[in-house]
Ligand binder design. Structure first.
Ligand code: AMP
Length: 197
């Protein structure tokens, strides 16, 4: 079960991604978490990316693809993973596909968590006020939403064309959204098993 988890910032990908991954015993790979960790550790990569993260822009495709490929090569990510925050560009999606093709694998399903613009803005602003992450300030929220619309949203069409896209309503309690996600995952797994047999 190789899951790509898509959706705008603030839609609840992090919360749901980690719950779903735990439930499926899959590796939860959040590129945002990986990069924040590098910044916290003060590594070379961390120094390179910290201002980019704070500005709400995307780090370079080459850098993130290399990080993800090395993470996916670890034992726990060979059969089951949930990618949260990656891919974010068509380049990254194509890189992921060719990386997986070399291991005779492909993405099982791309789950798109959706919520309307007002709800997203409301959640992001609430998070910014609660002084969560360094990039959750009102200034960078707009930037991150712009980046999502311009660079990441095209992935919806990309996975749709491959017949792998599933849209899930992200509005509701954590439990409600989780149940919806599980239902869609169940359906996708049985569909992909019946096509591969
Ligand atoms: P996230 O926690 O997924 O919202 O990611 C936080 C920040 O990390 C983003 O605003 C980007 O600066 C960077 N980032 C995370 N994932 C990627 C990616 N796949 N490509 C480029 N930059 C990324």
């Amino acid at each position: 079960m190789l899951i790509v988890f898509l959706g705008p910032p603030g839609v609840g990908k992090g919360t749901q991604g980690s719950r779903i991954a735990t439930h499926l015993k899959a590796a939860h790979i959040s590129t945002g978490d990986m990069l924040r960790q590098q910044v916290e550790d003060g590594s070379e990569i961390g120094k390179k990316v910290s201002s980019i993260l704070e500005a709400g822009k995307l780090v370079s495709d080459d850098l993130i693809v290399e990080l993800v490929e090395s993470r996916l090569s670890q034992e726990d990510a060979k059969e089951r993973f949930l990618l949260d925050g990656f891919p974010r560009t068509i380049f990254q999606a194509e890189a992921l596909d060719s990386f997986l093709a070399k291991r005779n694998q492909e993405v099982t399903v791309a789950m798109l968590l959706v919520a309307d613009k007002e709800e997203i803005l409301r959640r992001l602003m609430a998070r910014a006020k609660a002084e969560g992450r360094a990039d959750d300030t009102p200034e960078t929220v707009a930037q991150r939403l712009d980046v999502y619309h311009n660079q990441t949203k095209p992935l919806v069409g990309y996975y749709e064309q491959l017949g792998k896209l599933q849209r899930v309503d992200g509005v509701g309690t954590i439990g409600e959204v989780f149940d919806r996600l599980l239902k869609v995952l169940d359906e996708s797994t049985s569909a992909s098993e019946s096509t591969s047999s």
